[in-house]
Design a protein around this ligand. Sequence first.
Ligand SMILES: C[S@@+](CC[C@H](N)C(=O)[O-])C[C@H]1O[C@@H](n2cnc3c(N)ncnc32)[C@H](O)[C@@H]1O
Length: 233
Amino acid sequence: MSLSSSSAQRIARLADDYPAWWVDLLGEHNHVGGVEATRWLLERARLAPGRRMLDAGAFVGAAARTAATATGCSAVALDLNAGFLEAGRELPGGRQSAWIAGANHRLPFRDGSFDSVWCLDSTLVPRELSRVAGRDATLCLCCEAPADSRGGLEAFIDEWLELGWRLAGHRPQTLEALQAWRSAEADLVARRPYFEPRYGRRGYLAQLDHLAGLVRAYERGGAGHGLFVFERL
Ligand SMILES: C[S@@+](CC[C@H](N)C(=O)[O-])C[C@H]1O[C@@H](n2cnc3c(N)ncnc32)[C@H](O)[C@@H]1O
């Protein structure tokens, strides 16, 4: 979904209201891989009119809005931050989705409420995400996952297996993540005169330290990133 100029302005205003490097870096589809990653997951999520989708840790609900618009499903966007949800409701497709403030650790839904549960670069709470997923649901993730060749990825997938999920699709995104964090680091350095007043000097330096740490972790293979689609066993 491409953003109209008024939507782009709303996102820019949001970035001003909530100083956080990831808003500047990743934009509306606030996860590694952006809208293209959202579409890859959507093609595999088995959503259709009458099916229910949860976007857990939704930010402005770009995935929820895209899913509702593209498939006619009923989407719910949930986030800790009510301000993000208010902004999302005003963006294209926002009126077609439901908006709920809450925490991924304790989702305010009954067991089995959703046909597709999404968690894209937000706090992963496997048991809770699994609890609210129905019997033939899909689970769509964009997240950190081991990328080494020492069995870490298999262990990650096995943890989901224990919760009743089998892997149906996987796309590694480690390189994309590394490039995203590297370019964010370069951007923070190059745009220092703009970012420093926004974040404050300490906040600014903390953002840089955090990004430098991420880059190192990805470079030495200590962290990887990927898209995952799971189906019920
Ligand atoms: C990097 S953004 C990803 C946003 C969104 N999933 C996307 O892909 O566009 C992380 C989001 O997760 C939310 N978040 C972090 N921890 C959360 C939690 N425990 N429960 C609900 N939301 C959470 C943050 O408020 C933020 O909006």
